[in-house]
Ligand binder design. Structure first.
Ligand SMILES: [Mn+2]
Length: 317
């Protein structure tokens, strides 16, 4: 039985059929879903089309690299003559690599965004991860997935949905996940490999819990200055990964980290419990999902304004 059918499915596979070389891309600072969707698709295409050249073109590494693989070296010349498939990437600025010079571009994503940079755009904001979208696409072609493909897609689903605990997870998500588990996955092992944290990160979380500010309305925030990053031996990306440590707190309604970068400007990452925040992030040049958004390059004054806007949102809800 097919899982989700997208109206674009046939066009996508026809386009794949016509291509000799396929380059795969994902977003900068790859998270589990960016990795999982792109590597899942990569191995699926390799297996389905052994005579085609399939290349992983995005080069940036993220904290979950240990779970995935090193990218291929791909020249612009190769990309130009390829079909580029871009996974999990809302807008062209966030693509890791030169996907848009390709002969043809397919965008496959679940972020709400207006940048339809592909020749074919499969965009479904109601689906909780891009890996789930890729799983549906794969399962429209075959009835069983190899363990490696299943493992990568499951990892992407698991990380983007915080282990299937966010509101956009539904029965279709779990049905696909169940289908992936059928390929021989050990759920406990995967959970540990993806979510166990190093001691320095653990200590940093303790610091966050001790130092965050909280307003009466449930806005929790913590400024992270470079000396804190140094103290816990963290990059900005590592530091922002753990924003959801506040999610468990019952009184938390919006929570965010404001991290000062080398430039002296702040990168922020914010989450909420059913309070729309991506419109506020976009007022400050950022964006994201309704309940998970981010901004960058804000000066201190702007970060205060951002906190004011978020407070206002809670007070007017
Ligand atoms: Mn995603």
């Amino acid at each position: 039985m097919p899982f989700l059918t997208f109206k674009e499915t046939e066009t996508i596979f026809n386009t794949i059929n016509e291509a000799d070389t396929i380059t795969i891309f994902r977003h900068v600072s790859p998270d589990g879903d960016a990795y999982g969707s792109s590597w899942g698709l990569y191995h699926f295409l390799k297996q389905q089309y052994p005579s085609k050249t399939i290349l992983m073109a995005s080069q940036e590494e993220g904290p979950l690299l240990h779970y995935f693989e090193e990218a291929d070296k791909v020249s612009d010349e190769i990309i130009k003559n390829s079909l580029a498939i871009v996974c999990d990437t809302a807008n062209r600025e966030r693509i890791d690599g030169h996907a848009l010079i390709a002969k043809k571009v397919i965008k496959i994503d679940h972020h709400p965004a207006n940048d339809n940079y592909g020749d074919i755009n499969l965009v479904t904001p109601e689906v909780s991860s891009c890996s789930e979208m890729i799983a549906h696409l794969c399962l429209s072609q075959v009835s069983h997935l190899d363990k490696k493909i299943a493992k990568y897609l499951y990892a992407g689903m698991l990380t983007d949905t915080l282990s299937f605990t966010i509101s956009s997870v539904n029965h279709k998500t779990l049905r696909v996940a169940s289908k992936l588990v059928e390929s021989g996955l050990d759920i406990g092992l995967i959970q540990d490999a993806l979510f166990q944290i190093d001691d320095n990160v653990y200590d940093y979380i303790t610091y966050l819990r001790a130092n965050a500010q909280e307003t009466e309305a449930g806005l929790i925030y913590c400024y992270i200055e470079p000396d804190v990053l140094e103290r816990f031996n963290l990059t900005v990306n590592q530091a922002k990964e753990v924003v959801n440590t506040f999610k468990e707190k019952k009184s938390a309604r919006i929570w965010l980290l404001l991290i000062k970068e080398q430039s002296g400007l702040y990168r922020t990452t914010m989450r909420s419990r059913n309070v729309i925040i991506n419109d506020i992030a976009s007022q400050f040049g950022g964006g994201g999902h309704q309940f998970a958004a981010a901004t960058k390059d804000l000066d201190y004054q702007q970060t205060r304004q951002l906190l004011d806007e978020l407070s206002l949102r809670l007070n007017t809800q």
